[in-house]
Design a protein around this ligand. Structure first.
Ligand SMILES: Nc1ncnc2c1ncn2[C@@H]1O[C@H](COP(=O)(O)OP(=O)(O)OP(=O)(O)O)[C@@H](O)[C@H]1O
Ligand SMILES: [Mg+2]
Length: 227
């Protein structure tokens, strides 16, 4: 079964009476565990497409299916459940909660499920922080961490509920060379280890080339370059 399918997905924004078309009739069939780069110039619609794939926004027409379920058929409670359990998000800015430690931030999505205190999940959070090289920083708050460290905490947080799909929007956009490379390598490693489908909007050509499949957006459409 594919993890995400889109059928003639289109999105326009409306600014007053003016229609701003962004995506037009995009049909994709993304299998489990694929590692995909979403590339294209600024303003082409990468973030828009990621938001639709993650059911954070609704299309103007067309459909997104996540694990065989049509997103348009879901109630808002079901959508919230899918977003929290099946999908992980990493954005350009880490959006960690400043008053909580790294460990507490990683546990936050599990707490939302009422599952944040179980020894098993706390162990998973520690082990994810270890995987991203931060076992010695678990009790630090975001203000006591570097930008690259915060982004690695955000990556561990995105993985805590073992999502089937990890969506990343320029996850290294705020980082310089080495810190960016560390985030790229960790995304590849963690998604491979957990067979998570990975879709990353990125302007970084080297990282895009490391992913198995490049989706290039232009003029509202997508061309596919599967390696
Ligand atoms: N809420 C909105 N209302 C109106 N227009 C919008 C809205 N959000 C995005 N757009 C427009 O949609 C187009 C696509 O935006 P999007 O953010 O998806 O681009 P992007 O490819 O992610 O760009 P970047 O590489 O700069 O992040 C842009 O022209 C943008 O101005
Ligand atoms: Mg964007």
């Amino acid at each position: 079964m594919s993890s995400i399918r889109t059928d003639k997905l289109s999105k326009s924004y409306h600014l007053g009476s003016v229609e701003v078309p962004v995506l037009h009739d995009i049909s994709l069939d993304i299998g489990e565990g694929e590692q995909i780069a979403l590339v294209g110039p600024s303003g082409v619609g990468k973030s828009t497409l990621l938001h639709l794939l993650g059911a954070l926004d609704r299309p103007t027409s067309g459909e997104v299916e996540i694990d065989g379920q049509a997103v348009s058929s879901l109630t808002s409670d079901q959508l919230a459940e899918i977003r929290n359990r099946k999908i992980g998000f990493v954005f350009q800015f880490h959006h960690l909660l400043p008053e909580f430690t790294a460990l507490e931030n990683v546990l936050m999505p599990a707490r939302l499920n009422g599952d944040g205190e179980s020894p098993k999940i706390v162990q998973r959070a520690k082990s994810l922080l270890d995987s991203v090289g931060l076992s010695h920083r678990m009790n630090h708050r975001p203000g006591e961490l570097s930008g690259g460290e915060c982004q690695r905490v955000a990556l561990a947080r995105a993985m805590i509920n073992s999502p089937k799909i990890l969506l990343c929007d320029e996850p290294s956009g705020n980082l310089d060379g080495d810190a960016a490379k560390a985030v790229h390598d960790l995304l590849l490693k963690l998604s491979r280890e957990e067979s998570t489908t990975l879709i990353v909007a990125t302007h970084n050509r080297e990282f895009a080339a490391d992913l198995g499949w490049i989706l290039r957006l232009h003029g509202g459409s997508v061309t596919s370059d599967k390696g």
